[in-house]
Unconditional design. Structure first.
Length: 366
């Protein structure tokens, strides 16, 4: 029997699939731990759970899943457009904002093209570029902050897309409005700039990237319902772009990519200001607790603007394993070329306390 790898697309041969944070069920099965005794602080999920309004609407509409969803997502796209004073033609829905990255690749990448990203940026940018036969130019990020001047310097005739995660995952760092504006002044119109703003709602004063959408620049602003709205399991996100660019991306979208429950839940969560406020409050408190605890332990960490903190622990894989055996799931960072670090998502107060106690034992032996 001929091995399919022998006749698959060439760029797939060395491609390593994305590995998400370890699920609670896997840890329980593999280590024999009661699932109720496991806490997951690995995937930047909402510790308060989903928006209560979203839960109610899912219960009330679950009996409608025998019907195909609204393929155009009219209600949700219209609500998103109204929230940001845009037109519905500026909004494209994705099966998570990750799918928007794929749309952009389908629309603009060919073998031999280049994308630009920071050295320590979300690994899916490079994965998607490789899938389309494009090369990823990774620009060093001093102090783990995007160096937008150097990223602009890296633009060539082959550059098609530039990805800027703000705040960045996995570092939690932020670039400012002035830095973004100076960068955008240098980007040619033929290059698509993608602002990945999955953690946008955790900022007190976020930079304004939507102004570039309103100006008609070739910009896509990606956002998600997975984080502050707590709908990660439904896979629903969106992109905001000038109508001409959004129209191109719509052509790459599969039919019914956003399911019925996801659309209805997202619509309810979008209007649930109370849940978002509570989530941001618990995140602000938890981030401060983690960072003060790391400082007390003498551990280097990256001050974060998101719902996680990156901390240097020595042997990241060993610390990950030790915490895992005690029922705490964090994220080892070797795949991000940070083998001495782990990323810890902010949980409830009780979860944060337990994590810090066990981390202290793992790193300091006390």
């Amino acid at each position: 029997m001929l091995d399919p790898c022998e006749f698959s697309n060439q760029q797939l041969k060395d491609l390593v699939p994305y590995e998400p944070g370890k699920p609670i069920e896997d840890v329980a099965r593999e280590l024999g731990i009661d699932p109720d005794d496991i806490i997951k602080l690995a995937s930047n999920e909402n510790p308060l759970g989903p928006s209560p309004k979203a839960v109610e609407v899912m219960k009330s509409t679950a009996d409608q899943v025998n019907i195909y969803p609204d393929g155009g997502g009219w209600k949700l796209r219209n609500a998103i457009a109204e929230k940001f004073s845009l037109s519905m033609d500026n909004v494209i829905l994705g099966n998570g904002s990750n799918e928007i990255i794929e749309f952009i690749g389908h629309a603009f990448l060919r073998p031999g093209d280049e994308i630009i990203a920071a050295e320590h940026a979300f690994v899916v940018y490079k994965l998607m570029a490789t899938l389309f036969g494009a090369e990823t130019i990774e620009v060093p990020d001093p102090n783990f902050v995007h160096d937008l001047d150097s990223m602009a310097d890296a633009i060539t005739d082959r550059t098609k897309e530039i990805f800027i995660a703000n705040p960045n995952n996995p570092t939690g760092t932020l670039v400012t409005q002035d830095q973004i504006d100076r960068f955008m002044d240098r980007v040619p119109d033929r290059v698509i700039v993608v602002f990945d703003e999955a953690y946008y709602e955790f900022l007190d004063t976020p930079p304004d990237t939507l102004k570039y959408v309103r100006e008609g620049r070739n910009v896509v602003v990606m956002r998600t319902f997975s984080k502050i709205q707590g709908l990660a399991g439904l896979r629903i996100g969106y992109g905001l772009a000038p109508s001409a660019l959004a129209s191109v991306l719509q052509k790459t979208r599969q039919p019914f990519n956003a399911n019925h429950l996801a659309q209805e839940a997202a619509l309810a969560a979008l209007a649930d200001d109370e849940h978002q406020y509570k989530t941001k409050s618990i995140t602000d408190e938890g981030r401060q607790f983690f960072q003060e605890s790391f400082e007390e332990m003498g551990l280097e960490f990256i001050p974060s603007y998101a719902n996680f903190v990156l901390v240097k622990v020595g042997d990241g894989d060993a610390v990950f394993d030790e915490l895992l055996r005690k029922g705490v799931i964090v994220r080892a960072m070797r795949s991000y070329k940070l083998p001495e670090w782990v990323r810890i998502s902010i949980g409830t107060k009780e979860e944060n306390d337990r994590c810090v106690e066990l981390l202290r034992e793992a790193v300091l032996g006390s």
